[in-house]
Design a protein around this ligand. Sequence first.
Ligand code: 5CA
Length: 162
Amino acid sequence: MVEGSTENLSPPSRVQAALRARGVTAEVRQFPDSTRTAAEAAAAIGTTVGQIVKSLVFLSGTEPVLALVSGANRLALPHLSRMTGSAVGKADADAVRRATGYAIGGVPPVGFPAPISTYLDRDLLQYETVWAAAGTPHHVFPIAPADLIRITGATVADLKER
Ligand code: 5CA
């Protein structure tokens, strides 16, 4: 299995391998400045905060759920619960690491030990390119929203608080 052999790679290399395995040519980029938060990532990259993809992990019971949300938006929990069909709560740092294999601040949208059911904020579709974390608080990659949907199998949804 292609991704089964990537466990011993560094986190950014694992993300890069997951992108390649899905036919995405995007290059993971390293920035000397922190990309830990959406605001920091936007400043480091020189893009708008709306174009930063937050990868937020929730739990529906013990089942992880991933929400890919524009950095300009706050996720409305009731919206996500409605999409999943059951109450969801935010995962703590340990649960995030267990489900994704990455630490908070670097959680990517792909490259997990097992598939995670994924929802994507409709507002991300307005941009030509968006930027997502690539395994650490210093690594990100650019991608077209349509490609992000394809490689994550995400369900597009209205997830934002108003
Ligand atoms: N690298 C950037 C964007 S490219 C990034 O990872 N942003 S993020 O928004 O996806 O990741 C930070 C998020 O982690 C915060 O928005 C917050 O929702 C979550 N977070 C931060 N600290 C904790 C914590 N202690 N427990 C659970 N979630 C946390």
